[in-house]
Ligand binder design. Structure first.
Ligand code: S3P
Length: 449
């Protein structure tokens, strides 16, 4: 078997086309892969390091565009953050409540986690004024989900469309604690309110309808915050006037990035891949459960705990997948993996149903519409549902011109689909991968045999 021909072509407008030409004889994927650091944990390590007292050391930070946006914002707020690299990043914290008033707008780029978590911290800094914005995508994403609860805490925030869209202006206040019952299972909402509660007198509680990722809770505890968790009701309470102390953080590999290889290894016949050092926090492993339901051949090896987060090497061998239904409480535990699960379902026998995932419509792009449109261009059979998709598998895909819509996870999912499509696929605006996975194309070339 010969390898796929993979080329990256930079266009006149600086955007990149990723061209994937599958050899007529097919291909197989082989090798051991290391993946970039977890995006959610990388953001939190930089942020908590910045508001802690003393120095925080971060190993394995994701060098994607999103954590760069976080570092940029928190430097403007007064934290000293060394040059970003994967070996060791040092953050000299300024202590809780000590942000300086930045001389310019804080730009969160493409990153929902940066803007929403940061808003909780900014709103609880009395006497200081901040402005925040982001790129085209972020400026169209809903901010009311954090603005409303912060306003209930007496925050003063203004923005377009009734204070629901960035750019936003924040006049920091002494906030009052609340018990917030979030209508959505969102770690960004939960974390925003908990971070606001840190510098607020009294106890602030967030209850969510289903458990979302718990990296904030784990890391806040490790940094010395007083936190109580009620797993029965999915509630977390933080005690205000907290003091955080700098820590050593080791960032595991991002299971959301591993997901591309787990699906690729499953659907490309004759493949065997080992993805090393994958974070397998149970609030993130919905993808492993979904692929198991689909009959994937996936094993966890060398399971261990690194700096408070469970980690494993994950082996995948190709297998014939079958359809399944993905809905309910599992959705928040695999929300970012639904684009690549749609690719898996396209190659599965039968019709896969994904429901309760309306949140996908307000991610970096409308991931329901975009994924359905783009995979259908390649011969997929995806019908949009208001809160998910119906995917009929088993139709051979044919290479086509497709577009990431500047959404990193869409671009990478389409690249994996292209490995199993006949002929040539061109993915427009493929540079979006750099948001969470700057080395994606190199690894793609490495594993194609
Ligand atoms: C994230 C939470 C999720 C996820 C996003 C990262 C986080 O968003 O989709 O990529 O780091 O807290 P929601 O909290 O909006 O579901």
């Amino acid at each position: 078997m010969s390898a796929a021909i993979i080329t990256l072509k930079t266009q006149e407008n600086a955007s990149q086309n990723l061209i994937i030409q599958r050899p007529p004889s097919g291909l197989s994927l082989q090798g051991r892969i290391s993946i970039p650091g977890d995006k959610s944990i990388s953001h939190r390590a930089l942020m908590l390091g910045a508001i802690a007292e003393g120095e925080t050391e971060i190993q394995g930070l994701l060098l994607g565009e999103d954590p760069r946006s976080t570092a940029h914002c928190f430097r403007a707020l007064g934290a000293e953050i060394s040059e970003l690299n994967t070996e060791l990043v040092r953050v000299k914290g300024i202590g809780l409540g000590n942000f300086q008033e930045p001389v310019d707008v804080l730009n969160a780029g493409n990153s929902g986690t940066t803007i929403r978590l940061m808003l909780g911290l900014l709103a609880s800094h009395p006497g200081r004024f901040f402005t925040v914005t982001g790129d085209d995508s972020l400026r169209s994403r809903p901010m009311s989900r954090v603005v409303k609860p912060l306003q209930q805490m007496a925050a003063e925030i203004w923005g377009r469309k009734g204070n629901t869209l960035a750019p936003l202006a924040v006049q920091g206040q002494a906030l009052k604690p609340i018990h917030y019952h979030s209508p959505i299972a969102s770690a960004q909402v939960k974390s925003c309110i908990l971070l606001a509660g840190l510098n607020t007198e009294g106890k602030t509680t967030v209850t969510e309808p289903a458990l979302s990722r718990d990296h904030s809770e784990r890391m806040l505890k490790a940094f010395g915050a007083e936190l109580s968790i009620d797993p029965e009701t999915n509630s977390v309470t933080v005690t205000g006037n907290a003091k955080l102390y700098g820590q050593k953080v080791v960032v595991p590999g991002d299971i959301s990035s591993a997901a591309f290889w787990l699906v690729a290894g499953s659907i490309v016949p004759g493949s065997e891949l080992v993805v090393e050092n994958v974070g397998v926090n149970p609030t993130r492993t919905g993808i492993l459960e979904a692929l198991a339901m689909m009959g994937a051949d996936i094993q966890l090896e060398n399971q261990r705990e690194v700096a408070g987060e469970p980690v494993a090497d994950v082996r995948v061998r190709s297998s014939q997948l079958k359809s399944c239904t993905i809905a309910g409480d599992i959705i928040p535990r695999l929300i970012d993996e639904i684009p690549i699960l749609a690719v898996a379902a396209t190659f599965a026998e039968g019709t896969t149903i994904i429901r309760d995932a309306a949140e996908l419509r307000v991610k970096e792009s409308d991931r329901i519409t975009v994924m359905a449109q783009q995979l259908n261009k390649m011969g997929g059979k995806i019908t949009e549902l208001p809160d998910g998709m119906e995917i009929t598998g088993g139709n051979a895909l044919v290479g086509a011109e497709v577009d990431s819509h500047t959404d990193h996870r869409i671009g990478m999912s389409l690249a994996i689909a292209a490995l199993n499509a006949s002929g040539t696929t061109t993915i427009h605006r493929a540079e979006a991968a750099a948001i969470s996975y700057p080395n994606f194309t190199n690894t793609l070339v490495e594993v194609c045999r």
